[in-house]
Structure formats: C-alpha cells, structure tokens
Ligand binder design. Structure first.
Ligand code: UD1
Length: 358
C-alpha cells in the first residue's frame, strides 16, 4: 500500500521506529487484522541498520510499513522535529480514525504529538510506566504521551495507578503486556536455534547496555566492564550501535564474547538458555522474568517494579559497592505470572474496534 488512495482507507496509523516497537507491533498488528481493522505502519526510520530494523520485520512477519520517513539518527530535538513534520504530512494525506503508538521513544512522542495537533485520537500501548527520573529521555516521552492520549493500555495495575495519581482515569485499560504475547508466540521457534559458538546452556551470562546514562560516560562504561570481568562464566554481549561507537573493542575483558545486535529469535534463545541477564534495557527485564532467568539491572530505578519482588530482578547501579557475584548467588522465590495472561493484543484490538465503532 503506497499510493494516497489506499492510504486514505486506513482506520489506524501506527507510528513506530525503534527496535522494541517492532516486537510490540508483531502481536498487535496481527490482532488488528483479525478484527478487520485496516492498519498501516508509518516507520519513522529512527532505527535503520539491518540488525536493528529489517530483521525484525522478516522474522516476526510484521506488515511492511506503508511509508518510511528515514529520519535516522540526530540530536533528540532535531530527530523528533523531523519526525513531527513527516508524521503530520502522512496523517494529512491518510486521515485515519486513530493513531497508535508504543512505549516511550522519540518516535512515540512524535507520533502522538503530530496526531493530537490534527485532532486525531491517540492510543498509547504501554501506558502508565514511570521511572520518576526526568533525566531519562524515555521518562519525558512517556509522560507527555500519556497526557495527550485518548486511550491508554497499561501492562499492569501499578501502571494504571501511576496514571490515576496524575489525574488520568478515563479510558485506561489494564490489558497485560503485548511483549508477553510476543514471547509466547516465538519462544518455541527461538529455542530450536543454536547458540553462538563456544556457548552452552546455563554456562554463560547475557549482557546488553545502551542507555545514554551508562554508555555516554566513559568512566561509567569502564566501571561496568570491570564488573563484568569478575564474572565466573563467559559473557555474551550483542553490542548496540550507540555503545559500539563509544568502545575500543581491542581492549575488552577476556571473558566477553561480542556480537552484532541479535534478531529477536536469537536473542530469546540466548536469553532463555543463559545463567542470567545483565542489562539496562526495559523490555529485557520482563523477557528474562517470563523465561525464568535472573536479571541484574544496571540502573538505580526501574519502571518494571513487579520484577523486583522475589529477587528475580535486582537493581545494581554501576559503581555500587554491592558485589555482582553475591546477587547472582541468591536463589529467587517461586515464580508467578506477571503482566497478564498473554492475550493483551487481542484485548487491545477489541477495545480499539469498540472505540472506532461508537
Ligand atoms: C532508542 C530509544 C530507547 C530504546 C532504544 C532501543 C529514544 C529516546 N530512545 O534508543 O528508549 O530503548 O531505542 O534500542 O527514543 N544507531 C545506529 N543504527 C541504528 C540506530 C541507532 O547506528 O539503526 C546509533 C546512532 O549512532 C544513534 C545511536 O545509535 O545516534 C542512538 O540511537 P537512537 O535511536 O537515538 O537511540 P537508542 O539509543 O537506540
């Protein structure tokens, strides 16, 4: 679909552009098609490398975007501004009944802001998350997006409660997390894959780091690497491009096995067979939980507070005095389901259909 006549027949335009949003779109786009809603994906181009973008569309059978704005990397203000112009132009010609956005990236904010300025209602999936750390770009994006959205889909009661304390009470739905739908849909296929050479099940850790607060400060990044060096098993590290740009890969600890960013299936496989995850990602804290792997989160706070209960996830801000080995040695409490029952996308599609019919 790429001419204006077809684009004008869309019910829903979904604005997305960064890796975690492609994963979230996989179950939701399928559920929207199932209830007969005509959805078009507008890709901002925030992520554009093969391993950060195209591989997800191929592996997860996500519908091909109707347009890609190819905004690319830039400072936050310039990147968001370019997206705003591109999204507005697209919405003017497509004039959908609703705009859908996911999560908390610059693409989320640009999609929501462009839509609301044109009077188009916005639905926000993964609404109500808070770190209460305004220095995080994501915290700004998610707060602003929640406050201009018409429909808010929350992964947990806690997220809905966060919205309530900010005065957002209408059309808030607790649906569970669409990332759980994705894990359930793809885990079986993922586990058939082989691990990178030299790694065997339960005999390595998985590491991911990309937050500006961890990688933009050379001392902090060096501090993380010194901690990794103390670990008793090899550490698989798929390196995000932002992090790679700040590293001298010839001077890394010996126990690190580095790779390019992994596609979703290889990542789920590597996570599900690891001893534990060490990360600053939001989504991966939950994926580790659902796959019953311990997680150490290299931050001082998390939006996904439920994962901290029972010791499955532990916050370890880089530079802290606590020994990583001591955390890894602890046995977590018994596991219980979190963030819904894996039917979030179906629930969201039913709610959107209901909204658009009335
Ligand atoms: C973005 C999101 C973050 C999310 C993450 C997932 C914002 C503010 N941040 O962070 O919430 O967790 O995506 O990965 O929206 N780059 C490439 N190729 C790519 C993409 C990025 O080389 O395909 C490099 C560029 O040098 C770029 C840097 O990575 O400047 C950062 O990319 P950017 O999209 O600005 O933010 P992320 O750090 O990926």
């Amino acid at each position: 679909m790429n001419n204006s006549k077809e684009v004008s027949q869309l019910d829903v335009v979904t604005v997305l552009g960064a890796r975690p949003q492609f994963i979230k779109a996989a179950p939701v786009s399928k559920a929207l098609a199932h209830v007969g809603l005509r959805e078009g994906l507008l890709h901002t181009g925030q992520h554009y490398d093969e391993k950060m973008d195209a591989i997800f569309f191929r592996e997860l059978s996500i519908p091909f975007p109707v347009e890609n704005l190819r905004v690319g990397s830039d400072s936050h203000g310039r990147q968001t501004a370019k997206m705003l112009i591109g999204v507005e132009d697209f919405l003017r010609k497509s004039n959908p009944a609703l705009v859908l956005v996911y999560g908390d990236t610059n693409s989320t904010l640009a999609g929501a802001l462009a839509a609301v300025k044109l009077g188009i209602p916005v639905a926000h999936i993964e609404a109500g998350l808070r770190s209460y750390n305004i220095a995080m770009p994501e915290e700004v994006n998610r707060r602003m997006t929640d406050h201009i959205s018409r429909l808010l889909f929350c992964p947990s009661d806690h997220a809905a409660e966060n919205l309530r304390t900010e005065g957002i009470v209408n059309d808030v739905f607790v649906t569970g997390d669409v990332m759980l739908d994705a894990v359930n849909a793809f885990r079986e296929a993922a586990f058939l894959r082989t691990l990178p050479e030299g790694l065997t099940r339960d005999s390595y850790y998985l590491l991911t780091i990309h937050r500006p607060s961890n990688v933009d400060d050379p001392d902090r990044l060096a501090c993380i690497l010194r901690m990794i060096e103390t670990l008793d098993y090899p550490v698989l590290w798929p390196i995000h491009p932002r992090t790679l740009a700040r590293l001298d890969v010839s001077k890394l600890p010996q126990n690190l096995i580095v790779s390019e960013p992994l596609g979703y299936l290889d990542l789920l496989n590597a996570l599900g067979k690891s001893k534990a995850l060490i990360t600053d990602s939001g989504g991966m804290q939950k994926e580790a939980y659902w796959l019953q792997r311990k997680c150490i989160t290299l931050r001082k706070e998390t939006e996904w507070v439920e994962t901290l209960e029972g010791g499955w996830n532990t916050l370890l801000p880089p530079g802290s005095e606590v020994e990583i080995a001591a955390i890894l040695a602890r046995t977590p409490d018994s596991w219980k389901p979190l963030y819904g029952n894996g039917n979030a996308a179906t629930d969201i599609a039913a709610n959107l259909l209901q909204f658009l019919k009335t």
